[in-house]
Design a protein around this ligand. Structure first.
Ligand SMILES: O=C[C@H](O)COP(=O)(O)O
Length: 247
């Protein structure tokens, strides 16, 4: 099954109005050759979602959403609000949310359902900590997160998985290609076991210190269908350098 890869930038808590120019530079580099091979998307902070989406240049996503449609939840944003602002995607279960906001798999699952309810594609993040990797627990941890975070009804059309080893995020460290392959093959098997053969079409992104210098090697790994990029998505030249792995 041929799967069009997705290279998504997660700007995290970075980006002011001046960053619109960087977004436009990314869009300018998203030429026909690249478009034919891969999809690019940017997930800016909430404050920029509508501004970037209104440009109509690239798909835009949120970085989190509340599970409910609306209500007394100060500071939160619903999936419906993101959709209304023009978003296509929303990241859920990023390790920075799982850790900093104690988000459990059940919470991530509810947010994934909220994304679908609003008509957004959920980018569901999973990944082990350094202690879990060195303790030989990577597949157990990732398997539990995949099982607990994905609702019944997960398809290639409504969900993207992002495997992000926590210890590789923002550290400059990456797993070996063999280690990435082992985890992505494992996730693929789990998806197919639960959701059937169509799950071969679900994109499984790799995230964690992806840079122009390592993108080609990582993106060539079996069952890696793109990247979720943090720091290197803030500069158009770096982000396009990563996307160039698909040219
Ligand atoms: O969502 C993105 C990831 O957390 C990766 O971040 P990074 O590319 O800065 O390591």
């Amino acid at each position: 099954m041929s799967v069009k890869p997705l290279v998504a930038g997660n700007w995290k808590m970075n980006g002011l109005k001046a960053s619109v120019a960087e977004f436009e530079a990314i869009a300018a580099g998203y030429d026909a050759a690249l478009k034919a091979k891969a999809e690019l998307a940017i997930c800016p902070p909430f404050t920029l979602v509508a501004t970037l989406a209104q440009k109509g240049l690239l798909p835009v996503g949120g970085q989190d959403c509340h599970a409910k449609v609306s209500g007394a939840h100060t500071g939160d944003t619903s999936a419906e609000m993101l959709k209304d602002a023009g978003a296509t995607y929303v990241i859920v279960g990023h390790s920075e949310r799982r850790t900093d906001h104690a988000e459990t798999d059940a919470v991530v699952k509810a947010k994934t359902e909220a994304a679908w309810r609003a008509g957004l594609v959920a980018i569901v993040c999973v990944g082990e900590t350094h202690a879990e990797r060195t303790g030989g627990k990577t597949l157990d941890v990732v398997g539990t997160q995949v099982a607990g975070s994905l609702p019944d009804g997960t398809t290639a059309a409504n969900t993207v998985i992002a495997y992000e080893p926590v210890w590789a995020i923002g550290t400059g460290l990456t797993p070996t290609a063999a280690d990435v392959k082992e985890v992505h093959n494992f996730i693929r098997k789990e998806l197919v076991k639960r959701f059937g053969a169509d799950a071969n079409g679900i994109r499984i992104l790799y995230g964690g210190s992806v840079k122009p210098s390592n993108a080609a090697e990582l993106m060539a790994v079996e069952d890696v269908n793109g990247a979720l990029v943090g720091g290197a998505s803030l500069k158009a030249s770096d982000f396009l350098g990563i996307a160039a792995a698909y040219k």
